[in-house]
Every structure is written in C-alpha cells, then in structure tokens.
Design a protein around this ligand. Sequence first.
Ligand code: CMC
Length: 431
Amino acid sequence: MGKDTVTVTDNRTGRQVELPINSATMGPDAVDIGRFLRDMGYCMYDPGFLSTASCRSSLTYLDGEKGMLLYRGYPIEQLAEHSNFIEVAYLMLYGDLPSPEQLAEFSNIITHHSMINESLKSFFHGFYHDAHPMAIMVGVVGSLSAFYHDSTDIANPRHREIAAHRMIAKMPSIAAASYKHSVGEPQVYPDNSLSYAGNLLNMMFSVPCEKYKVDPVAEKALDLIFILHIDHEQNASTSTVRLAGSSGANPFACIASGIAALWGPAHGGANEAVLSMLDEIGDIRNIPLYLARAKDKKDAFRLMGFGHRVYKNYDPRARLIRNMCHEVLAELGDARDPMFELALHLEEIALQDDYFIERKLYPNVDFYSGLIYRALGIPANMFTVMFAIARTVGWVAQWMEMISDEEQRIGRPRQLYVGPTQRDYVSMAQR
Ligand code: CMC
C-alpha cells in the first residue's frame, strides 16, 4: 500500500482500490478519484461540492477556520493596506507583484482599453429603462465576443491576454453605461487621467452640464472594495466561468456566464439583499423578530450578509471593509445613518446568539459593502454590478489558468439518477 494513497473498500463486494493523494501546498490534500467509476463502478455523490476539488489552482487560498485569505500567497490585509486594484490585478494575472515598469505598462494598457465600441451604445438603448443593470451586464458582456474576433482564439496565449485586458478595462465603462441608461442620463466616456475607481465614479456620476470632481475618500473606498472582491477561490460564479470555458467557449461568453451566476442572492446578490433586509427590519426594536425568523426552519428568511460556505470564522474581508465603512460614513455620509446603526446592532446581537455561534455564522463581506456603496450614492441595484467589475479579474485569471492547465478537460459531472426506470409509452386513448 503506497504511503500517498487512500484505500477504499467496497463492503458489498470486498473489492479494494488504492487512490493516489495529490499534495496541496496549503489546505487539504486531494484524493484523485478520476478512475473511481471505472475501477469500482460508483460515482461520488457531493451536492454543492462540499468535498470536491474541481481543479488545481495557484491563485487564491482561503482558510475558513483561521479567517485567512491569500492572493498568490499575499495576505489580503497587506494588499489592502499597501497595494491598489491595478497592482493586485497584475499580481493575479501574472503571478507576481510587478516591477515599477511592469506596473506602468499594465496600467497604461488597462487605461487605454476602457472605451467601448460606439455600436454597443444601441444595445443599452434596446433595454427597457427599468431593466436591472445586471441583466444589461450579462447581455452586453456576452455581446463583446461579436466585436472582438481578434481575441477569441483561446489556443493563442496572446489572444487570451488581450481578451483579459479588454474585459478588465471595459467592465467599468459597461457598468456605468448600464447605470446611466437606468437613470436616463447620457453615457460618459472614460477619462484616461483618472484611476480605475475614479474613472468609474466619474462615468457614473458626472453629467455634461456640471463639473464633477472625484472624491478621494470615495475613490479609496471603492479601490479597497475592488481589491477585496477580486477573487475567492472556486465559488459559484468562478466555477461557472471555468465550466463554460472548459467547453472551449470564448472568454467573453464565459465571463457573461459568471456574471449571471454572481447575480443570485446567495452569492453576489447578497450585498443588495442586505440593504433590502435592513430596510425591511426598519428599526432596532424589530431585530429580535427577524432573528427569530432567520432561525425558524419553516421560514425562508435568512440573515443576508451572514454565513459563508468556507469561512467558519470572521470573514477577513468583512473586518477590513467594516473599518472602511466607518471612515466613509464619517467623511461622506451620516455617521449616525440609521441603517448603519441598525446594521451594527444586528451584528452585535447575532454574534451573541447561540444559533449563530453554534453554526459559526459571522458577517461576510457583503454585510458592509452595501452600506459603503449607499454612502457613495450608488443605488442598490448596482451593488452586484460593482462586485462583478472587481471579480472580472479573478474570473479571467482563473479562466487563463484553466486553459493552460494540461489536465483540463470538459467539465461534465455525473449524476445519481433517481427517476423512473425504463417504461413503455402509453397512447393518449389509454391514459
Ligand atoms: N441566516 C440564518 N441561518 C443561516 C444562514 C443565514 N444567513 N446561513 C446559514 N444558516 C444556517 C443554515 O440554515 C444551516 O442551519 P442547520 O445546520 O440548522 O440546517 C447552517 O446555518 C449551515 O448553513 P448552510 O446553508 O448549510 O451553509 P452553506 O455553506 O450551504 O451556505 C451561504 C452558505 C453563504 C449560502 C449561507 O450562509 C447564506 O445563505 N447566507 C446568506 C447569503 C449571503 O450573505 N451570501 C453571501 C456570501 S459571501 C459573498 C460571496 O462569496 O458570494
């Protein structure tokens, strides 16, 4: 019996199989079950992929027990304090922190690819004025594949790189245009003199008839939120991007599928859902009632912004963003914003409640990001779009890693079939 193997015995037949163990640099090692069906005749049943590693990756590591998050080995706290979104984007795409020349070149490329094709404008106008900006994002990002035929050969590394740059650069312009359409204002072109976050704020909030100055506090807060949201291992939207990409689909279509997966309230849609929930709770006096509802298994209500599949300790991103939330409200908003007060009370009460303690349910990043967005004047239906802008870096980095992985094959899970066994068609007259 090999040391780096696991032996599985089928108690029905006594048959045994030895499975190799793949070593991880951090976190749990993974048993290779690729031949299990062939050797033992069984599939592995794992709804929600609680114990399944779908790929090898060297991008992001998170330890849910310790509340630790690393991008390419660097702690999120250090990147949040010393770096900026563009530098972290470079780190994710290329594996190491850039030299000053590399950063200047990368920043220049991202800045100079931020305009979108003029024909795309008509796409926005095709949507009804009250369309959800995430619906517009899914459609418009998917449509980019119809504009950039010169970067859809996924076998060509240079094509992959150009597509990655284009998506990172154009996402704020598409997001801002979605917003402008929803409020009936003219689209604003990108301004190459501004930072990534500053440019987005300018495209969202400036109007042709008035001077707009990007607020440095808002710019810094948005840059931090973007860093915190860049990547998060094999979450639902990233796995969706990888699954779509495994079929050889073009990168623009893959990212559009990621945006769709992100939209759900259990994932990126939670930041919007947190504010709706706080709105619904309305008053500190109603917190006990809503906590009771969250604990009641017969009630579908959940405390949005609480809990995480992997973090069973405080989400490190939530800690960073909580501090920024105080800073932003002190500078830009009302530090006594009743919604912020309500959020703080809710957090305090939930963290002392046995139900939440036993299940290790802590506030996650989305609990606070919505409050910051609100203070910046960003409407609730744009919150998940903000998430999508930042996560695009993670999606393209994961997609590029997948395409160059020699073990990569089309993703095609098996199933535990529980439907009817074979039966004969019954004619209409006999039914
Ligand atoms: N409120 C009340 N109970 C909860 C909550 C919550 N927010 N989250 C989990 N639970 C309970 C759940 O009912 C279960 O209880 P029991 O063991 O008695 O059946 C237990 O805690 C474990 O929950 P789970 O549903 O098995 O955990 P999961 O890993 O499948 O789900 C989650 C993780 C994030 C989907 C879930 O915690 C949730 O729905 N949270 C609210 C939505 C949210 O904030 N999502 C943002 C996640 S962070 C951003 C991102 O990465 O996308």
